[in-house]
Ligand binder design. Structure first.
Ligand code: HXC
Length: 515
């Protein structure tokens, strides 16, 4: 055979492999509003950057007549490319080929590209669109999942891992995304559940649709399994590209530095956002935007546990992770979900050399039977653990309420914040003046001629004495009391002088966080 006929043969083989599940299956895929696996990759990566590997991999199924079936690429497309000019490894399950189901070779292909990502120290992106374990391949399919979960765990904290759910992701398959750093979902397209509606109907007699059980909104708003929610696949890819402007390529690097841009101070002025009445709520995201470069802020898990806000921004051109109480949602209180949300984010930032900026205004941990029984002790401890072990620069601004456990938990100097600044409006105490006066002066109030008047006087007395930043400042628990409009300057300076921070935790195999 001549070179040209061999080349012709290669082209023929490639054509066959690239057709995926064929025109009928592709048509079905498109009719549900979904792109194909290769279209998704091309849409997400920089133009002309994608190189595909293992196109000729074939499945290893022998039973149920599988040996007679040709499954192009074994239902998954893998390769390398770039996003914003930086290298990534990527795989996308091809639902048009046997429903993107995961068999032995399909899993091997995914594991191979994951191993490449670890060797090359690049992020790994997995686009999930699959009916789950390939039923005909039995235990080999389960083995494949196990191999992927192991690699997800080993890669955790070494390279960023992104999961994009663009179709079904059922059964144990959900645990790969759950082990990764950021999960992206698209409305009406993403479906994630361990057991689907049919099993639920059979076992529990309950009726529920796929959408209501594990649709994009469910995971973005209720379960907290998703970090980014988009209306369309295209919007989802834009979100991923934006995220990659904020995070580094691996744990030995820092995120790319950009030119410093001033905040859009006409749109976001602290004095217009922050209420003079200390009992009034305000949107903390506006305060964040009032101090960040260009007033940009990429919020993570925007729809879940809204009482805490987390996300990425740049200060003086460098990425920082913001963790902030949100007074417009449950007064910014810390509960089980908020603690989980913040703790995970703090650990991501710490793993990937992203300094943490904490904005504090909260009445404390949420009291109540529901919370106690849901394990607010264990969940609440996660945020303490995450802040304490984090060795990246940590800067805290106490704006208003910093009561009780909330004061300690929100990156206080006791958890080794590098700099703690307080606004003059800060109220740092064991609890709010009302609660404190009722306890401390209970007898006095009870036996007074005018209990209401005495209560008001005692609340005022307590507020004057403790609900300010100066007692904490007198013990050195805060570094400076600053004017609100100096916040950006103080944070930027603190970040600048913390650039060469070296901090090491005690030698150990690993800690035991309150998972
Ligand atoms: C083999 C599968 C498959 C699977 C789908 N297909 N899922 N083949 N194993 N798990 C095939 C179908 O037979 C069909 O092949 C093609 O993919 C398209 O599937 P359809 O059913 O026609 O598509 P649709 O109507 O869109 O329904 C999609 C679906 C459904 C909801 C995902 O296919 C489904 O329920 N699949 C099974 C889901 C499941 O129970 N998976 C196992 C989970 S347990 P043809 O040849 O007809 O085109 C699990 C354990 C992992 O994953 C544990 C790890 C620890």
């Amino acid at each position: 055979m001549s070179v040209s006929s061999k080349t012709q043969d290669l082209k023929q083989r490639m054509k066959l492999a690239l057709q995926g599940g064929g025109s009928k299956a592709i048509e079905k895929q498109k009719s549900t509003g979904k792109l194909t696996a290769r279209e998704r990759i091309l849409e997400l990566l920089d133009e002309d950057s994608f190189h595909e590997y293992d196109l000729f991999i074939q499945h290893a199924g022998k039973d149920f007549d599988m040996d007679k079936k040709f499954l192009p690429g074994d239902g998954v497309v893998t390769g390398t490319g770039t996003i914003n000019g930086y290298p990534v490894c990527i795989y996308a399950q091809d639902f048009t080929v046997a429903g993107g189901s995961l068999g032995y070779m399909h899993a091997k292909k995914i594991c191979k590209i994951m191993d490449h990502a670890m060797m090359l120290k690049t992020p790994i992106i997995g686009i999930n669109d699959s009916g789950g374990a390939r039923i005909q391949e039995g235990v080999n399919a389960l083995a494949g999942y196990g191999d992927i979960f192991y690699r997800n765990t080993m890669a955790s904290g070494v390279i960023p891992q992104i999961s994009v759910i663009l179709g079904p992701c059922a059964g144990g398959a959900v645990y790969s995304p759950a082990l990764t750093d950021f999960v992206f979902v698209v409305d009406k397209i993403s479906k994630m559940f361990i057991t689907g509606p049919d099993v639920i109907r059979t076992v529990l007699g309950e009726e529920i649709s796929q959408e209501d059980l594990g649709g994009a909104k469910v995971h973005a708003e209720i379960s907290g399994n998703a970090h980014f929610f988009a209306e369309t696949e295209y919007e989802c890819f834009e979100q991923i590209k934006e995220l990659f402007t904020y995070i580094p390529w691996n744990n030995t690097k820092k995120a790319e530095a950009f030119d410093s841009i001033k905040p859009r101070s006409r749109d976001y002025k602290i004095k217009d956002i922050f209420p003079t009445d200390s009992s009034k709520p305000y949107d903390i995201r506006h305060i964040i935007r009032s101090i960040t470069d260009g007033s940009d802020f990429l919020e993570v898990q925007e729809r879940y546990a809204p009482n805490i806000v987390i996300g990425f921004a740049r200060m003086d051109g460098n990425t920082v992770g913001f963790v902030a109480n949100q007074p417009i949602a449950m007064a910014g209180v810390l509960d089980c979900n908020a603690s989980d949300k913040a703790a995970r984010f703090i650990r991501f930032c710490d793993s990937f050399n992203i300094p943490l900026v904490t904005l504090e205004d909260l009445p404390g941990y949420l009291p109540g039977i529901d919370q106690e029984h849901a394990g607010v002790i264990r969940h609440g401890a996660k945020i303490l653990y995450a802040y304490s072990e984090a060795t990246v620069p940590k800067i805290t601004i106490i704006m208003r309420k910093a009561y009780g456990g909330g004061y300690i938990a929100m990156c206080s100097s006791h958890l080794k914040a590098d700099f703690v600044f307080a606004w003059p409006t800060a109220e740092i105490a064991v609890m709010g003046p009302e609660g404190a006066a009722n306890i401390v002066f209970k007898q006095e109030i009870l036996h007074s001629d005018n209990p209401e008047k005495t209560r008001t006087a005692k609340i005022d007395e307590y507020r004057q004495k403790f609900a300010n930043p100066y007692v904490a400042a007198s013990y050195g628990y805060i570094d400076s009391v600053i004017e609100p409009n100096e916040t950006r300057a103080y944070i930027c300076h603190a970040l600048d002088v913390s650039k060469n921070k070296v901090s090491k935790n005690p030698e150990k195999k690993h800690g035991i966080p309150p998972f």
